[in-house]
Design a protein around this ligand. Sequence first.
Ligand SMILES: Cc1cc2nc3c(=O)[nH]c(=O)nc-3n(C[C@H](O)[C@H](O)[C@H](O)COP(=O)(O)OP(=O)(O)OC[C@H]3O[C@@H](n4cnc5c(N)ncnc54)[C@H](O)[C@@H]3O)c2cc1C
Length: 393
Amino acid sequence: MVGAGPVGLLLTALLQSMDGVSVRLYEKRREYTRTRMVQLAPYLMADSVETYRADAIDGDSVEAIFDPSELERGLAFRQSIPSELSALLKSWALGFCPLNSIEQSLSDLIDARGPDGVERMADVVTAKDAIAMLQPGDVLIDSTGSRSLLRDQLVLGADDVDGANTVHVRLEYALVITFLYGQPYDCNESCKYYKNIENAHYKFIPMVHRTHFDGSVSHVTGIVNISAAEFEAMPSRVDGEWLRSNFPGVAESMDRFIDKVKEETHGEILGDLEVVRIPLDLYRARNATNRQWLAATSSEHPFATSPVFLAGDSAIGSPYFQSISLGFECAMFLAGLIAQPDLPLQVMLDRYELYIYKQWLRVYMRSKMIKHNKDLFESLDDPLALLDKLHIY
Ligand SMILES: Cc1cc2nc3c(=O)[nH]c(=O)nc-3n(C[C@H](O)[C@H](O)[C@H](O)COP(=O)(O)OP(=O)(O)OC[C@H]3O[C@@H](n4cnc5c(N)ncnc54)[C@H](O)[C@@H]3O)c2cc1C
């Protein structure tokens, strides 16, 4: 396994408790220090098909895309997860959670179980190293994140051409503005509308959730749509002061929204605002395994004999707070496949590819729907502009 981010660590923890499997886990970072907060989807901890499909936006898509037996198998695997690991997953799903706690607790859990079955290597692995290390009987998993080490190597004849194995959709450019608020606070669609009523442009669209450790602190992450030119003109990370001096229009919108929250709930912002500018992209690997290599005739290349899988952001990436949950979902599925040693290799690869494709359909439709809803929301006060964005029949 190359990459001990959240997905590589979860997969390692799942494989560690399986008979007959030993893991060598490579990670280039010496310690876990990431500061961002993430949110896990409640469906990760679902205990029935109904709760798995409870999501307001994609419940119907899940029913349309997945067979009931598939969902049942996924739930059965979830229920077999060792209790200490499943307790961690449940606690993270309570609210926004520091990514660092997820990584550190998984890492500690793997270490606490003892050295049997997992060997950890603090090293940067190159694609060449990974290929050279691969021996018959090994499974190579690339969980190195969005700039995947091996994604482009999985296409035969592409000679590692950048993007050769990637479908990429840019949804928008956004400023992600994050702060902690010292009162319980929640926001539905009416609240988003009324708190933005004076913001003709740069509507501040919040994602609000309690923090996982304290019900009285709310974590607010607001997304503000910006143009490509504005994106280019900004450093990647700024604070509230910088934003107020350099992009007063965006800052006024944000401040108006925050003032209304304070008026209503009488709280204060805890600490600083954090402002990050990011392109909101959706992407997937066309091949999430080395099936092309394995199908090709007699090659000496190690990819022609041993399976390779992409997991987590290596395989699929999405915006709007979904990506880590998707990565965990795929990690559980892959662990479920590896737990069946009698499964023929071809079947294993086909099942993983199909599963990744179905998850892609689900997240693609969900993300396009969110983006479409956001676009409509921007024009709510202008019926003609709103109608322009609607295709009713
Ligand atoms: C600002 C921001 C906010 C986000 N908020 C959310 C959110 O609220 N909800 C959500 O679901 N997702 C969120 N995400 C996305 C989420 O962080 C990722 O989906 C998640 O981290 C992906 O996990 P991963 O393990 O697949 O990859 P990564 O977290 O990228 O981990 C990859 C690991 O591989 C290691 N590595 C890479 N290359 C090598 C190499 N050559 N050799 C050895 N090691 C290597 C890296 O050091 C890293 O530890 C956010 C992302 C950003 C940027």
